[in-house]
Structures are given as C-alpha cells and as structure tokens.
Design a protein around this ligand. Structure first.
Ligand code: PMP
Length: 355
C-alpha cells in the first residue's frame, strides 16, 4: 500500500472510520433503526410519487423551499427561524462544525453520540468531553464552567442522549442555554420517542440550534436531517452546505412521508410501548437504565461477560451493540434497539440463555 501519511491531516490519520457491521442478521437491533417498514398500502403510493421525477435534472430550489416551509409549518416555527436540509443529521452536524470559527471549542457531556468528537477531530476543532455523573445525569456546574472557560464554545447535547437514553431535565438544559457566549446544538434525533423538545425555544434563543432526523422513525435509508435556528445561523450554514446535498428521490420521499406523519407517529407509539415492556423484562436480569429513546442501555451482572454475551447473541442471529470498547462509564455495557414484539421476545430469550 502507498504511504500517503504526509498528505493526510494528523486529525484524520489518528481516527478510525465509522464502523458499520456488515451482514444481514436475522434480528437487527444494533443501530436504532425502526423495525417497521412503510405499510404495504403506502409503498405503491410512494412509488407513484416517485414515478415522474426528472432524474436528469438537479434538485430544484423550489423543492428545497417547499420542504423547508413544510418542516417549519409542521413545527410551528416563526418566520425569523430558518431551516437547513441535510443528507442525514450527521451532515448537518458536520456543516455546523465546518462553519464555526477555528478557535471555537466544542464541548459535550460524555459518553454521547461519537460523531460530535469524530467530526471535530477530523476538522481539527478542539473537543472537550465533560463526564456525565455516575447515573448518566448532567453535571451542570462542570458544563457551565467548561462553556464559560472556553468561550466562544459550542455545546452539543443529544436530547435524549445516545447511548444512555437519558432525557436531561429541562431546567438543567435551560441553565446551559443561559451561559453567555456559548451556542448550543440540541440534537433531537430521538424526538419521536421522547416527545419533549426545545424546538419552540429557538424563537427567542438566538444561540440555540435544534437538529432533527427522520432516520429513527422508519426512514434511515433515505438519509435526511434538518436544522432550525435563527436565520442569522441558517444564512451562514447555507454557504457551507454543498449544492444539491439532498437528492430528488430523498426530497420527494420526505414530502411524501410528511403527508403521512400519523403513520410514523403510530409506529413510534408502538415502539414506546414496547420499550416499557422490554425495560421491565430486562430489569429482572440485568442493570438497565431508563430510556426516553428507542433503545435501552444495559449491563450484565458480570460486566466482563458483555463481549461473550454479544457474541452468543450474534451466533443466534441477533445483533445488538457492544459498547465495551468505549470503556469508561460504558465498560461492560450493551445497547439494544427496541424491535417488534417478536424480535424483543427472541432477544430476551437469547439473552437469558447467554447470561
Ligand atoms: N444524532 C444522534 C444522537 C444519533 O444517535 C445519530 C445516529 N446514531 C445521529 C444524530 C445521526 O443520524 P442521521 O445521520 O441518520 O440523521
């Protein structure tokens, strides 16, 4: 292999690519996808909506404006709030970090979604992780202190958090929004399962950006995320966004999906109900943390067994996420996405055998 090291930035060389497990497990509970596909009667209508797309043309500004207006209207946003569209919310997070001044320090409570640190490292931005408390609660004074010390600072808060599932109390979050000279990104990837949101707060908080995705609610394959913030932010972020970053198939599918929001809301409600059942069943066997997302974090009675249990489940065709490598507070932890009732039953039975 060629030696390219002198061409590649140190921040890139030091990282590993985001790892996605290959293969098609019989039961896939590792990536917070929805277990539910588009209902059969909607699939024909969806295909019909795609039928007349002009694939020879780039996406049109009119379509982007239509999607943005629709998202803003559905979220009840005032006219001074702008929307930016992304190829997944990952791309939105990357665009935020690309647009930031290079002296900004990126702060996040940890453990959290790994891409905050990954993107910061790749782009050569300084990342400071502030440990969550032992029960994965926010350490508000430590975060306030970090934000004040590193001004200007950008805080990433996953609300609820991944991989813990924690929904931080609103008063703790608001205390962080009030830190002078800090901008805050609230990442609401798991919004459909928490039903708590800071979206409305963007209207009178000029340093607050809220990010959402359709990935967790049954549309992970589309790759679509969006951001809402004061237009002063979105005007700048539009300069960073690559032209045509959302393809016509995705944009048209998003417009289609927004017409059937009730279908996705119904699926999310089923997942929330299943999450409660799965939590109770897990509690009898392992340490499990309360979650307001579509997954549960748990630790087996013998934490050193996590790797073996993960492998046993995999042999049984059930893929969950092994967080052992993350170490620290996540040592010995595993994360399972909430599946269909049958998938959850199969997972629980296989877990009982593996324990
Ligand atoms: N934010 C959080 C907190 C996540 O957990 C994830 C996906 N695991 C994302 C953002 C990225 O989602 P996507 O790019 O699919 O929108």
């Amino acid at each position: 292999m060629a030696d390219v090291s002198r061409f590649i930035a140190a921040g890139v060389r030091a990282r590993s690519a985001y790892h996605v497990v290959a293969g098609e497990p019989a039961i896939k509970l590792d990536a917070m996808e929805s277990p539910y596909r588009l209902p059969m009667e909607l699939r024909d209508r969806w295909l019909h909506a795609l039928r007349d797309l002009a694939l020879n043309r780039y996406p049109s500004p009119e379509q982007y404006e239509r999607v943005k207006a629709r998202l803003a209207r559905d979220a009840g946003l005032a006219p001074h709030i702008g929307v930016v569209l992304g190829n997944g919310s990952d791309e939105i997070l990357q665009n935020i970090l690309l647009a930031l001044a290079s002296n900004v320090t990126v702060v996040a409570p940890t453990p959290t979604f790994v891409m905050y640190e990954q993107i910061a490292a790749i782009l050569g931005r300084r990342f400071v992780g502030i440990p969550l408390k032992e029960d994965f609660a926010l350490d508000v004074p430590a975060l306030q202190d970090a934000l004040a010390r590193h001004a200007p600072a950008l805080l990433f808060l996953a609300y609820p958090n991944n991989p813990t599932g924690t929904l931080y109390p609103m008063d703790a979050v608001r205390a962080l929004l009030d830190v002078d000279d800090a901008a805050v990104v609230i990442d609401e990837a798991y919004y459909p399962f928490a039903q708590a949101s800071l979206m409305g707060a963007v209207e009178d908080r000029p340093r607050l950006l809220v990010v959402r995705t359709l990935s967790k609610q049954g549309l992970a394959g589309l790759r679509f995320g969006w951001l809402a913030a004061d237009r002063a932010w979105t005007d700048e972020l539009e300069k960073v966004r690559l032209p045509y970053n959302v393809g016509v198939v995705t944009a048209t599918s998003v417009e289609f999906a927004l017409d059937y929001a009730d279908v996705f809301a119904d699926q999310a409600a089923r997942i929330r109900a299943e999450r409660g059942r799965l939590y109770e069943a897990l509690r009898a066997q392992v340490t499990v943390w309360p979650s307001e997302a579509n997954f549960l974090l748990f630790r087996p009675p013998v934490p050193a067994d996590a790797g073996r249990i993960h492998a046993r489940l995999k042999d049984a065709g059930i893929l969950i996420k092994n967080l052992a490598a993350a170490g620290g507070a996540l040592a010995g932890c595993l994360r399972v996405t909430v599946g269909t009732p049958a998938e959850n039953e199969a997972f629980l039975a296989a877990l009982a055998r593996a324990l």
